[in-house]
Design a protein around this ligand. Sequence first.
Ligand code: HEC
Ligand code: HEC
Ligand code: HEC
Ligand code: HEC
Length: 153
Amino acid sequence: MKNHVLRPLWVVIALIVTVLLVRKVMVPADFGVHGRNFTYGFHRLGAIDDWKAFPVKYRGREVCAECHEDKTAENASGKHRIIQCENCHGPVMNHPENPEALPIDRSRALCLRCHTSLPYPTSKRGNLPAIDPNDHNPDAVCSECHNPHNPDL
Ligand code: HEC
Ligand code: HEC
Ligand code: HEC
Ligand code: HEC
């Protein structure tokens, strides 16, 4: 074969070898078809145990109702009824065994992530009742005036 044919051939062969070597190094040994077909079987076997070991952090508001009946009822009757308790109070997995571990966040930032005015016409975020944080009682904590569990005006 002529040189100008051979040279690109060597380049292609070198490329394929490189790809195979890189694949050998990068792809975990337990990755493959574990199961009957490619659609669902194609995965890393160790991923199953990894996800089983993944710590659960949230419990959902049904659990809170057992002990905080008043707050749950209050929350369910107001405009914040669609917001999970743990959205504001953080993950509650180790509570109440350890109630001190659940500090209450009274910062303005907690509320402003949803209520800062962002008038994007193409986004539902723009429909939330909104304030300008620099004008709206800038030095005061929101919950001094608004009940976070039932903020109806
Ligand atoms: C088995 C009972 C129980 C459950 C379930 C429970 N709590 Fe509590 N919680 C307590 C007790 C006891 C305290 C400490 C006394 C108090 O402040 O009422 C407390 C305190 C709190 C406090 C105040 C902490 C502080 O520093 O004053 C918050 C906020 C709270 N819980 C939120 C929640 C949320 C949200 C859930 C559900 C995801 C929940 N709790 C589930 C029993 C419970
Ligand atoms: C929109 C945010 C938000 C949501 C949603 C929310 N909370 Fe609160 N919660 C607060 C804030 C802020 C405080 C502190 C209020 C203050 O300044 O005293 C508080 C205080 C509390 C306290 C302790 C103080 C008290 O008055 O006894 C408990 C207990 C509590 N919340 C439970 C709940 C439970 C249960 C839910 C769900 C049913 C819930 N919260 C939903 C923001 C929220
Ligand atoms: C996760 C998003 C979220 C967070 C965090 C949040 N809110 Fe809200 N808030 C809402 C939604 C949703 C509504 C209901 C809007 C509706 O009914 O149209 C609402 C309604 C309100 C209203 C009633 C406004 C009106 O026009 O009637 C007030 C006041 C309010 N929130 C204050 C607060 C305060 C204070 C905090 C912090 C303690 C807070 N919110 C945290 C989403 C949030
Ligand atoms: C000094 C009391 C006070 C404080 C502090 C305060 N507000 Fe208000 N807020 C009001 C009053 C009164 C209204 C109703 C009149 C108005 O729109 O100004 C209101 C209205 C609102 C509305 C409804 C706006 C609308 O157009 O529907 C939202 C949302 C709101 N506040 C969120 C907040 C948030 C978030 C904080 C903290 C960052 C906060 N407020 C702090 C008194 C207060």
